[in-house]
Design a protein around this ligand. Structure first.
Ligand code: ADP
Ligand code: MG
Length: 256
């Protein structure tokens, strides 16, 4: 039969901020089941691409296809419901909620959100809350954060907050996760933990990733294919070894 469509396909995407062209006709594909890398110097437009794909910014032109379906300009909640979730370059947990609560509020479709509740619904809600707590604990165990479940999210280290972001994406049931610099500012030990977590979620849970990352060794280890952006355009795509050897890529990184 025909090959399945890519998990995500971006075709000729453009985005301007006033007169500044942040995305200048970006086309790239994220194959189903892959950990696809997105590299490029600061200011290349990588985070803007995430924001535009995930519905946080309206695109100027071009198309976004989610498993072959046109979702251009769809709002974040609709993409979220369709399984696409992005994390932020700077993690944004609810600082005053506990780590476990941060996961629980990321789960979709909670009945307790519709108030007031009739008396007969309350037992059911309590059962749902217990089930949510169990799921949150399962996710935290997968991320090695279970010991921190009842601490406020603000007490986590920067690297643990990055893991919490991945956890929130998992809780939402996402099967396509866009990670914005998951290892930035993280110590070596936690960097290994984050890399192994991404690889395991990909291998065991079949989650597809698009990962923005500056640590090129980490990208080489985890990602295939890799796309390199510079000045709002994709300048190279392929295996990391090929992308790294591309003179245009070397030139784009020289200015850093
Ligand atoms: P990257 O993530 O590759 O480092 P960004 O997507 O964050 O790059 O930014 C690309 C360019 O767009 C930068 O020059 C940045 O200053 C600009 N930019 C990003 N967001 C905005 C915005 N909301 N308003 C104006 N300019 C922006
Ligand atoms: Mg960025």
């Amino acid at each position: 039969g025909a090959a399945p469509p890519p998990a995500l396909e971006v075709q000729g995407l453009t985005k301007r901020f006033g007169g500044f062209v942040a995305l200048d006709g970006v086309s790239l594909a994220v194959p189903e089941g892959s950990i696809t890398g997105l590299i490029g110097p600061n200011g290349a437009g990588k985070s803007t691409l995430f924001a535009t794909v995930a519905g946080f910014l309206p695109p100027g032109g071009g198309r976004v296809l989610l498993r072959g379906r046109d979702v251009t300009g769809a709002p974040p909640w609709r993409l979220h419901a369709a399984g696409l979730v992005r994390t932020f370059q700077i993690p944004r947990p609810f600082a005053r909620l506990t780590v476990a609560e941060n996961l629980a509020v990321a789960a979709p479709g909670q009945e307790g959100e519709r108030l007031p509740l009739p008396w007969f619904a309350r037992g059911r809600i309590r059962e749902q809350e217990r089930a949510l707590r169990r799921r949150a604990m399962q996710v935290l165990e997968r991320l090695d954060l279970a010991a921190h479940a009842d601490r406020p999210a603000s007490a986590l280290s920067g690297g643990q907050k990055k893991l919490l972001e991945i956890g929130r994406a998992l809780m939402s049931g996402a099967d396509l996760i866009l990670l914005d610099e998951p290892a930035a500012g993280v110590n070596r030990t936690l960097l290994r933990a984050i890399a192994e977590t991404i690889a395991r979620l990909n291998r065991e849970d079949g989650i597809t990733f698009l990962v923005i990352e500056h640590d090129l060794d980490l990208v080489a280890e985890l990602c295939e294919p890799v796309h390199c952006m510079a000045e709002g355009r994709v300048i190279a795509s392929g295996r990391m070894a090929e992308v790294r050897a591309d003179p245009a890529v070397a030139e784009a990184y020289l200015g850093m």
